[in-house]
Write a protein that binds this ligand. Structure first.
Ligand code: GDP
Length: 455
């Protein structure tokens, strides 16, 4: 899969910046750069910086700094050169096309990281963590990706996989002596090991729910009747005037999505059209969408106007909106207008998270944020260190579990060694897929094509 070409790409974002970094990797990375650089790079040491000119014949394209990384001490384990030039699109294009004329070829998406993986610089889940790290936009997503990059659960899985390989080879050995009906692999020990692996796998699969939430953000719907103050609340939470606030009931027609960061976790806030019997078609669509959005969310914030809504209307709304599996927070709004404490007379069920606020006067907004965090995340983060955030990993873990279940069935209702060996091999295969001990070109293509060019 690896070509012996030397690849080149811009590794910083497209567009104008103070500097742009062009990266080359491959056997000829240094000699190609040398052929357009004003100083001799061929006898320089690894990990050194060189200031000079990039020239196309006699024409100076830019003053640059060249960083040298000599194989195998580089990200890709090949010769790597990073050219920091001025960040103009014109300069960058000129330099890249000059390098291509001198023998480099344009890198494909993720090709630098693919080379790092194929040359043994990192395992597959670490390579994927690079993509997550680059796209992480919250403190929690960053620390999960960093943990995975540093080996994370690959190490844990590899130890278990090694032990399973040992059993697989013992059972293979039994096959060689099938005439003699011997058992090299102790069945009780095998069962113990599988139970141990299952514990780890189940823990990892369960962690996906939270891991995924950290990576993607927690879908949070703000729902309530028209004029409850949903748009005002959204603005108060985000401290910006993004959503349109209006006096006319039902003007927030469509859903609006914004991201709010609370204690390092991203909450994707979805403000919805008011829930009430729709009178016109556009609003009917909005209402239907609201119910749909609620069913896809992890947290529902039900906002109500504490002054203008009767207790029975509020209870009716809560009954309609409170769905199992979706965390629910009831929020009484406009307490700045309410002179008496009406909340007590509402008689809300005691298991409902509840808070009173004024969206307009910014009262209790920080407390609401904390309640959101506690409801959605709680202490789950501190007790769960290894998190799976990647759908491919979860699928491989689930397939491993299925294969191990068959092994267990084969042990309880004894089957011949060859069936047992087959199931163990399946489990090993899927476990290996996670860390890249087992790969196919399709799998690699699929993973690395999601990277951008230059990574
Ligand atoms: P939505 O239809 O639920 O999005 O409600 P809006 O955010 O558009 O608010 C409807 C009206 O209620 C606007 O006039 C807001 O200024 C007002 N409003 C919202 N929150 C409060 C609040 O906490 N106190 C008071 N007094 N008025 C509020």
């Amino acid at each position: 899969m690896i070509s012996n070409e030397t690849i080149v790409a811009l590794s910083t974002p497209q567009g104008i910046g103070a500097i742009g970094v062009i990266r080359l990797s491959g056997k000829d990375a240094i000699s190609i750069t040398n052929s357009v650089f004003s100083k001799d790079l061929l006898k320089q040491e690894s990990h050194t910086l060189h200031f000079g000119l990039i020239k196309d014949g006699d024409v100076v394209i830019d003053e640059v700094v060249v960083a040298l990384f000599i194989a195998p001490k580089s990200y890709t384990k090949e010769n790597v050169v990073e050219i920091s030039c001025h960040g103009s699109n014109y300069i960058i294009q000129q330099i890249i096309s000059l390098l291509i004329r001198k023998g480099a070829s344009a890198a494909k998406p993720g090709e630098f990281t693919l080379r790092a993986f194929l040359n043994g610089g990192m395992d597959l889940s670490q390579a994927e963590a690079v993509a997550d790290l680059i796209s992480s936009d919250s403190q929690a997503a960053h620390s999960v990706a960093m943990n995975q990059l540093r080996g994370g659960f690959s190490t844990e899985l590899n130890v278990l996989r090694e032990q399973l390989i040992h059993f697989a080879s013992m059972i293979e050995l039994e096959l060689d002596f099938s005439e003699e009906d011997v058992e090299f692999a102790n069945r009780d020990q095998l069962q113990d090991l599988i139970n141990k692996i299952n514990l780890v796998i189940n823990k990892l699969i369960r962690s996906f729910e939270l891991g995924n939430v950290i990576k993607e953000g927690i879908n949070t719907v703000i729902a309530g009747r028209p004029n409850a103050g949903k748009s005002t609340l959204l603005n108060a939470l985000l401290n910006e005037d993004r959503a349109i606030v209006s006096e006319i009931a039902g003007t927030t027609r469509d859903t609006i999505e914004e991201v709010l960061n609370i204690n390092g976790i991203n909450f994707r806030l979805i403000d919805t059209a008011g829930i009430r019997e729709a009178t016109d078609t556009i609003e009917a669509i909005g209402v239907e969408k609201t119910m749909q959005k609620i069913s896809q969310s992890a947290v529902l914030v039900y906002l109500f106007d504490v002054v203008n809504l009767s207790a029975s209307e509020i209870r009716e709304d809560i009954q309609r909106l409170h769905k199992p599996g979706i965390a629910f927070i009831a929020v009484a709004n406009k307490i700045d207008l309410s002179f008496t404490d009406r909340v007590k007379e509402l008689g809300l069920p005691s298991d409902i998270n509840f808070i009173s606020i004024s969206a307009k006067e910014n009262q209790q907004i920080e407390e609401l944020k904390q309640l959101l965090y506690d409801t959605a995340v709680g202490d789950k983060l501190s007790t769960n260190h290894t998190l799976v955030t990647n759908i491919r990993h979860v699928e491989a873990l689930q397939k491993t579990r299925t294969a191990l279940d068959s092994v267990i069935r084969g042990l309880t209702n004894p089957v011949t060694s060859d069936f047992l060996a087959m199931d163990i091999k399946q489990a090993l295969y899927y476990l290996g897929e996670i860390t890249g001990k087992v790969t196919t070109d399709d799998l690699l293509e699929n993973i690395f094509s999601k990277f951008c060019i230059g990574k």
